[in-house]
Design a protein around this ligand. Structure first.
Ligand code: ZN
Length: 344
């Protein structure tokens, strides 16, 4: 089984060398490097050196636009949004929200600059991490984590994007103004815009010689995420598709979450001849439930997927926000899982 691990929070080469050696020993075949805007601005060559280090040890490199523009997953802030407030998404009530509009030309060009950098660094894959539109509830949670009041940040039923550019594009497509309600047409427009964004980005990377893997949020609510993975999975420029059904944080079980989401992506993978990869949760693991991690990988393997990854190295024990109740136990079990399943 091909196994991946995400890696972040350390940019010292000597430490990384130790960590990567350890990863190689337990059977990691690829490292998913978070490569945030902060990395692009301040650690660009360091990141390229870390890529080379992973390659020199025989592991693949996947680069993740972590938290970029507030439209990808990840615990990273976006400076691009501060530099370019005109490109923020506009919510259905008219308020601008700190997430780049997927239709913004400036944002698309910025993502291409990022692609240029990770390609120059030698990445094998770009890992498109949970691309999404504004998600009601997430901004309020982010503000609360900073101890800020957030009552007016997320109001149920609101959606984005209704910026001027999106309204114009909507008018061109449907011949009437964009409504303020989430209608079938609005949902279809958002889907088509996300498709177009990912098509342009994945094709840009593809011609430069990298492969594209997309991880979709495991949610099917029309208001959030990108509900229809189907059209995006059909893109020739997309090589790998998958999802991250993190059952602990969603208060679900392996059987009622990991299994159906994996089955859904297996079907999509078959339909479009794409490799499927599935993530399993190695952070925020509640005490006493650590062995469910192995159940999840077993389930993914039983269903026929041969590419799985964990978020994150060492169970993200260095990040207090993501740390498990018993990080040492989680890490021990993770190592056992990797040793065992890398031989399957
Ligand atoms: Zn917009």
């Amino acid at each position: 089984m091909k196994l991946g691990m995400s890696y972040f929070g350390n940019r010292y080469k000597d430490c990384a060398k130790r960590h990567f050696r350890h990863m190689k020993e337990i059977g990691v075949s690829y490292i998913v490097f978070t490569f945030s805007e902060n990395d692009l601005a301040f650690y660009e060559h360091t990141m390229h050196e870390l890529f080379s280090l992973a390659h020199s040890m025989g592991m693949e490199v996947w680069a993740d636009p972590w938290g970029m523009g507030g439209v990808f997953g990840g615990e990273a802030f976006s400076a691009a949004l501060l530099a370019s407030p005109d490109d923020w998404q506009v919510r259905s009530d008219g308020k601008s929200v700190p997430h780049a509009c997927l239709n913004s030309r400036r944002f698309r060009n910025f993502v291409k600059l990022w692609i240029d950098s990770v390609v120059a660094g030698g990445t094998d894959y770009i890992f498109w991490d949970e691309p999404h539109w504004y998600i009601p509830g997430w901004d309020a949670s982010a503000a609360k984590r900073l101890g800020m009041k957030a009552e007016d940040m997320d109001i149920k039923g609101l959606w984005a994007c209704r910026c001027n550019n999106c309204q114009n594009l909507f008018f061109q497509r449907y011949g009437h103004p964009m409504p303020k309600e989430m209608t079938e047409e609005v949902s279809e427009f958002r889907q088509a815009s996300a498709y177009d964004f990912l098509r342009e980005m994945t094709e840009y990377g593809k011609v430069k010689g990298i492969k594209n893997a997309i991880c979709f949020l495991p949610l099917d609510n029309k208001q959030i995420g990108i509900p229809d993975a189907d059209s995006i999975a059909s893109l020739d420029s997309v090589d790998v598709i998958g999802s991250d059904p993190y059952w602990y944080i969603f208060n679900r079980s392996v059987d009622d979450f990991v299994k159906p989401v994996t089955q859904r992506f297996i079907e999509l993978g078959r339909k479009y001849s794409k490799e499927v990869h599935m993530w399993f949760q190695g952070y925020k693991v509640p005490a006493g439930r650590e062995l469910e991690m192995e159940e999840a990988v077993k389930k993914i393997h039983e269903l026929g997927v041969r590419n799985a990854a964990v978020w994150a190295y060492n169970g993200a024990s260095h990040m207090s926000y993501l740390r498990s109740d018993d990080p040492e136990k989680v890490n021990r079990i993770l190592e056992d899982i990797f040793k065992k399943f890398s031989k399957k």
